[in-house]
Design a protein around this ligand. Structure first.
Ligand SMILES: [Zn+2]
Length: 191
């Protein structure tokens, strides 16, 4: 999937949670950092390819991407698996602990937002033609639906014409159906 669709998928996951569940209390800076962490998480598994959207957003990213991406063993390899999810979880937790002295926000909320982004990436990639090696190092790529021909291609007409607009519609629906709950979240939490 393209970076744009992954961004939107991560955003949709957060919208869904804010709309339907009781969120922990958070300050405005925490919500802002968590939102950014969610977007970064949504792009993180693709750091295994030098063309990954996250690299493009960084200074010297193209150069760094060429250096770091091969360490993940190729595209849709360890970074697209449960093992990768655990590794990203541990590394990001350590990183957030390290910067918690200078960035005074609720790191627990930020960490969850990041992880929700990563999970949204893996789930949405599962619906694409190539599938996802969830059980790495077991070399099986899992996809939904199981028949490859019914899954869509990254950047193809289905992704651009159906999946992307579908996510936008889903967001609009959530904002419409749960606006009361969402407004309450903003009123009660973001101070
Ligand atoms: Zn991916």
């Amino acid at each position: 999937m393209t970076g744009r669709t992954h961004d939107l998928a991560a955003f949709t996951a957060i919208t869904y949670l804010v709309a339907t569940s009781t969120m922990p209390h958070m300050s405005l800076p925490t919500a802002f950092v968590a939102f950014s962490a969610n977007m970064i998480g949504g792009l993180t598994p693709d750091i295994d390819q030098p063309t990954g959207a996250l690299w493009h957003k960084m200074t010297l990213g193209t150069f760094l991407g060429k250096l770091v991406a091969p360490l993940f063993g190729g595209h849709r390899f360890i970074s697209h698996s449960i093992l990768g999810l655990v590794l990203f979880g541990v590394v990001s937790k350590l990183f957030l602990m390290l910067i918690s002295g200078v960035l005074l926000v609720d790191m627990n909320v930020v960490w969850w937002a990041f992880m929700i982004g990563v999970v949204s990436h893996l789930v949405t990639d599962t619906f694409t033609h190539d599938g996802v090696p969830w059980l790495f190092p077991i070399p099986v790529r899992i996809g939904i639906p199981p028949i490859k021909a019914f899954r869509f291609h990254t950047g193809g007409i289905i992704e651009k014409g159906i999946v992307f607009p579908g996510f936008i519609l889903l967001n609009l629906y959530l904002f419409y159906a749960y606006h009361q709950h969402i407004l309450e979240f903003f009123k009660n939490n973001l101070k």
